[in-house]
Design a protein around this ligand. Structure first.
Ligand code: ZN
Length: 241
């Protein structure tokens, strides 16, 4: 299991990082390896590991917030991370072959490196650029066509097949809005959920260190080495339980 020291080091490195690098830093807690290696892992496989990490660190139930697109009511939703982990490993070869509207397209599954490469293109532009980047080959009536020349309806079909092949890369749930009853779609973006939770945990942990270090004169490693039960008892003794 990851130690508090390791988790704090990850948090500290990620504070100034962007979303994709944070996801990779979190992934390193599961897989180890260099940033370069982890950047080349398909996003679905990475996120499946992050769902497993989330379960190990903070449990199975995840509570998120979503705003209804119809009436703008904000509401909470519950999500069980084991639903994703139950799906089994897939996207094994990292490549998908799709036949859409007379086109034969081979696509590799997008990786964190691909996300970084298209990050500056804005949400819609990034989606197109990402797919175009990941097209290995596209043929129509025996003629090869570059990935960025595919018509939108073919790209949409290719995107659906890629999502089916790598389901953990796009986890979402649809529920009726509590106010207007119309369908509301919540995306479970596990890297940003997990990062927010790690951030809250790290700030609480540093506060614990501060309180116990200033009361007892212990060092940071001393406090981090305490079991959660002992730490809680000492915090109670110094009036912060
Ligand atoms: Zn609504």
């Amino acid at each position: 299991m990851r130690s508090a020291t390791e988790l704090l080091a990850t948090w500290e490195s990620g504070l100034a990082a962007g979303a994709v690098h944070r996801a990779v830093l979190l992934h390193a807690l599961v897989r180890g390896g260099t940033t370069g290696e982890l950047l080349d892992v398909p996003v679905g496989r990475r996120d499946r590991d992050l769902f497993a990490l989330r379960r190990a660190l903070f449990g199975e139930r995840l509570t998120g917030r979503v705003t209804c697109p119809h009436c703008e009511t904000e509401q909470e939703f519950d999500f069980d991370v084991t639903a994703v982990l139950r799906g089994g490993e897939d996207g094994g070869s990292g490549e998908v072959a799709v036949d859409v509207r007379g086109w034969s397209v081979r696509l590799r599954l997008p990786t964190s490196a691909d996300l970084l490469a298209v990050a500056s293109a804005g949400p819609e532009g990034a989606k197109r650029a990402l797919l175009a980047r990941c097209v290995v080959s596209a043929r129509r009536r025996g003629v090869d066509v570059p990935g960025d020349r595919l018509p939108p309806e073919v790209l949409a079909g290719v995107a659906r097949s890629a999502a089916d092949a790598d389901p953990a890369s796009d986890v979402c749930l649809t529920m009726p809005c509590v106010e207007c009853g119309r369908p509301t779609r919540a995306v479970v973006d596990i890297p940003s959920f997990l990062w927010a939770e790690l951030d809250a945990w790290a700030r609480r942990t540093l506060l614990d260190v501060h309180l116990l270090a200033s009361s007892y004169g212990w060092s940071e490693p001393d406090v981090l080495a305490l079991s959660p039960t002992r730490r809680r008892h000492y915090l109670e003794l110094v009036g912060h339980g």
